[in-house]
Design a protein around this ligand. Structure first.
Ligand code: IPD
Length: 269
């Protein structure tokens, strides 16, 4: 039987090791290839980091499944699935910036029960187990109390397709005059952890993949955030909204009529 605390310990050790490897290789790194669009890049270190993580996890727990950004899926029979982003914030990584992280979540029978997000250049390690609270470098974290939307610092991010970005810019044009300010830091995992830590009030983003948000969503929830999609849906690839209760609903009600979960305003949700 998998114990969430043990899964977290393995996730954290592994993320630390992968983070060290990636940090050592950051200087002078270049683009290995592009993925969905020319802006969607992969570096050799994304691949090397994921390879290390996969080996470590499967040598410790051979029966587990692994879903990784760079390597597709490995199936297992233990009921545990690891969801891995070897470098979240690859563009920051490529430009020598500090805001990138290794993210590892452990899912047990389909529910994320432990998550670690390690940002080695910043020296920040975010962790959570379901029901056990959220921590930054071992210290408990809480989201900020809810403020009205007009007083909220709101973080977001953008996808890689030009069509999607044009739509995201439209949503932002409506949102920007109604909030305190906007932040775009370049790592969805760190955006959710920053929310958990009180570094902004709310976060939303369209078009994420499970590896971007699996670990950090648990961390944000355990720090007191409500995390979900539009119209009562759970957080999903179409839209993730995260904020303390009260502010969540206000942000939701602004994003819903804008169809922030669609690539065109003609799509029926
Ligand atoms: C990206 C980052 C970014 C978000 C993008 C993601 P990657 O992940 O999380 O902040 O806006 O949607 O794809 O490609 O750096 O792992």
């Amino acid at each position: 039987v998998a114990d969430p605390a043990e899964l977290l310990a393995l996730a954290l050790d592994t993320a630390r090791e992968a983070g060290r490897l990636a940090a050592e290789g950051q200087e002078g790194i270049g683009v290995l290839e592009t993925k969905s669009t020319p802006t969607d890049v992969v570096t050799a270190m994304d691949r090397a980091s994921e390879e290390l993580i996969r080996k470590r996890l499967l040598s410790a727990r051979p029966g587990d499944a692994v879903l990784g950004e760079e390597g597709g899926a490995a199936t297992g029979s233990s009921g545990v699935r690891w969801i891995v982003d070897p470098i979240d914030g690859t563009v920051n990584y490529l430009y020598g910036r500090a805001d990138w992280a290794v993210s590892i979540a452990a899912e047990l029978d389909g529910e994320v029960v432990a998550g670690a997000v390690v940002a080695p250049v910043r020296g920040d390690e975010y962790t959570a187990t379901r029901g056990g609270g959220a921590f930054c470098n071992g210290a408990p974290m809480r989201v900020r109390p809810a403020v009205p939307l007009e007083m909220a610092l709101v973080a977001t991010g953008f996808g890689y397709s030009t069509e999607r970005r044009a739509r995201q810019a439209e949503v932002l044009r409506t949102l920007l005059p109604r909030v305190r300010d906007i932040r775009r830091a370049g790592s969805a995992a760190l955006d959710l952890c920053a929310l958990a830590r009180g570094h902004h009030d709310a976060y939303y983003e369209r078009g994420l993949n499970a590896w971007d948000w699996a670990a950090a969503t648990l961390i944000a929830q355990e720090a007191g955030a409500r995390v979900g999609g539009l119209r009562g849906r759970p957080a999903n690839p179409d839209l993730v909204i995260a904020a303390p209760p009260g502010l969540f609903e206000e942000l939701h009600d602004l994003l819903e009529p804008l169809k922030a979960d669609a690539d065109t305003d003609e799509v029926e949700p």
